[in-house]
Design a protein around this ligand. Structure first.
Ligand code: SF4
Ligand code: SF4
Length: 93
């Protein structure tokens, strides 16, 4: 029975290590919009709980834009929602 507990403990530790590594890896990154790919669907704006993104209208049409980059924690949730490959993480400058 103790072998089961040890195995479970190892799995939990590996999960925590992976989570912390993922956070550290993206620490200095911020999302950016590839405007040519953006369809204007708003899915990214709706999913971001930090309100980083807004829709803008310019000469190229309506597309998402990074309005508040300082709020972005590079969680990647918006990228998972985007079906048009219009979001990516870049290094903060
Ligand atoms: S989810 Fe993608 S395609 Fe839709 S508005 Fe956001 S960046 Fe544009
Ligand atoms: S990476 Fe996360 S915090 Fe940054 S814009 Fe996307 S959903 Fe918001």
């Amino acid at each position: 029975m103790s072998v089961v507990y040890i195995g479970l403990g190892i799995v939990i530790l590996l999960w925590i290590a992976g989570y912390l590594y993922g956070k550290h890896k993206n620490r200095n990154k911020v999302v950016c919009v590839v405007e040519d790919n953006c369809s204007g669907c708003r899915r990214c704006v709706k999913i971001c709980t930090h309100h980083v993104l807004e829709m803008v209208k310019d000469e190229t049409g309506i597309h998402a834009a990074v309005k508040y980059p300082d709020r972005c924690n590079a969680c990647g949730n918006c990228m998972k929602r985007c079906k048009f490959n219009a979001l990516k993480l870049i290094e903060r400058v």
